[in-house]
Design a protein. Sequence first.
Length: 102
Amino acid sequence: MNKQKPIFGLSKIPHNEYVKFLQMELGKAYAYICELEEIAGNPQKYIASYKGNIKGLTNKVEVLEKELYEKNYEIARLRDVLTGNSKEALQSLTATRTSLRV
């Protein structure tokens, strides 16, 4: 390989642009290091915030399960109306209810 030949065309990038890019990347790395130092200084604070997020997500899951149950109930009711087969509609509703509780 010829040592005079530029690698990946870096010689085409102006030096000031390359320096700006490296400074930006260095700033990102410094911010990440500061964040890690902050977490290391007070880990209980971050653990508590993550636990709070888990509780919020659990509540969302419960709400979505309730909405899903209601939609399945509506589907079963409409199926009953369309087919006149109330026994099948009740069985599918019962199966949905038991699968949500497991």
